[in-house]
Design a protein around this ligand. Structure first.
Ligand code: NAP
Length: 388
């Protein structure tokens, strides 16, 4: 039985993780749950999963939740504020932390959970993009398991099971292409939030859905794969595969290509991570190769002239240091601003490129948490100024 703390329990990955727990109560127990501000969802999760403690980043919302629970005689501790997710990530009873907070806000709790020797099932890619340079050595040093939940990385990881590291020659990360596949740069000017949120194959949280529309999501995933599998970004290709049936592939030294296939659902990658090294029961409908959606698989190159954030991510992954954290921070601010209707879709790329170029000449090693948080903070200020 795994005892889990779920960070970001109210989000898309968090609720799907709890669905896996709901269907397999004999295999999992919930130690703690954390969220940003969605206390309605958290309240129902408290009633159902009876965690030892919960956290809410928004202090006012935490107070409202606490009053509601106490009025019913429920004594579940409600921790609030900036470091509250860390308290949930480091609960002594939890052996595994499922990291599904969106953005770099997930970095500090995951870092502290590793220090406490917890295994990490990681969906939160921004943690590795910004902090991979010190997170990966820490994982190695502490001996914890870092279990990839991001579907592409879970696919690559499974293809690598039992394979010698030196036999990995290339990684082929698949991408649906998002809602604007095949469009021109001119088409992207004036794109509305509604259109950008309309992903063709995956149902996900707002930020990652916009990242999929700009293709920044693939850029982030290339850097994530570089850290997880110890391979340079120039040995990682993006393969646009609109059917989202093959979740990623690897090429081995002898030219063999291995891939992992299935329906586009995050339930399976969550289960693969949480049941590792075993396999869990089948929760999804069986894969049917004769389904018309699966019987014709196509592959295209990513159009980097249209999706200009992809080359920025490769550049950041190549140069390393604080640049990936800077790029990620600028992107988070720009995406948030687009989601709030303050700036346009193509402004996301403009803002990220501008902040990135500002830091390019003064790159330093991202050797510890403080350095990365400092760079992240500075890049956010710069992006905020540009938006204003
Ligand atoms: N969704 C997918 O299919 C998918 C696939 C692969 C990887 N991922 C990655 O998984 C992560 C989560 O994605 P998602 O789609 O699940 O996002 P989401 O639906 O937006 O959920 C984000 C979660 O993070 C919480 N949160 C936000 N800011 C927080 C803070 N400062 N402190 C504590 N909690 C905070 C949110 O709480 P509230 O609900 O209270 O705001 C929510 O529970 C992202 O890094 C994403 O790239 C997602």
């Amino acid at each position: 039985m795994r005892v889990l703390s779920v960070l970001g329990s109210t989000g898309s990955i968090g609720t799907q993780t709890l669905e896996v727990v709901r269907q397999n109560p004999e295999d999992f127990k919930i130690a703690g749950l954390s969220c940003g501000s969605d206390i309605e969802t958290l309240y129902s999760q408290i009633k159902e999963f009876r965690p030892e403690a919960v956290s809410v980043n928004d202090e006012d919302k935490a107070l409202i939740l606490e009053h509601r629970l106490r009025a019913e005689g429920n004594k579940t501790p409600v921790i609030s504020g900036k470091d509250s997710s860390t308290s949930i990530a480091t609960l002594s009873s939890a052996d595994t932390v499922l990291g599904a907070i969106v953005g770099v806000a997930g970095l500090v709790p995951v870092y502290n959970a590793i220090l406490k020797g917890k295994d990490i099932a990681l969906a939160n890619k921004e943690t590795l993009v910004a902090g991979g340079d010190f997170i990966m050595p820490l994982v190695e040093k502490t001996g914890v398991e870092l279990l990839p939940v991001d579907s592409e990385h879970c696919a690559i990881w499974q293809c690598l099971w039992g394979e010698k590291k030196e036999n990995l020659d290339r990684i082929l990360i698949t991408a649906s292409g998002g809602p604007f596949r095949g469009q021109s740069r001119a088409d992207l000017e004036g794109v509305t939030c509604e259109k950008a949120l309309n992903h063709p194959t995956w149902k996900m949280g707002g930020k990652i859905t916009i990242d999929s529309a700009t293709m920044m999501n693939k850029g982030l995933e290339v850097i994530e794969a570089h850290h997880l599998f110890g391979i340079s970004v120039d040995k990682i290709d993006i393969v646009v595969h609109p059917q989202s049936v093959i979740h990623s592939m690897i090429r081995l030294r002898d030219g063999s290509i291995l891939g992992q296939m299935g329906k586009p659902s995050m339930i399976l990658p969550i289960m693969v991570a949480l049941y590792y090294p075993d396999r869990g029961p089948r929760l999804l409908e069986e894969f049917d190769p004769f389904d018309p959606k699966c019987s014709c698989l196509t592959f295209e190159k990513c159009d980097t002239d249209v999706f200009g954030l992809v080359p920025v991510a490769y550049d950041a992954g190549r140069k390393g240091g604080i640049l990936p954290a800077v790029m990620n921070a600028a992107n988070e601010v720009a995406v948030n601003s687009f989601l709030n209707g303050k700036t346009g879709f193509t402004d996301i790329e403009r803002i990220v490129k501008s902040v990135y170029s500002d830091f390019e000449g003064r790159n330093i090693a991202a050797s510890d948490l403080d350095t990365v948080l400092q760079a992240d903070g500075e890049a956010r200020i710069k992006a905020g100024e540009l938006i204003r």
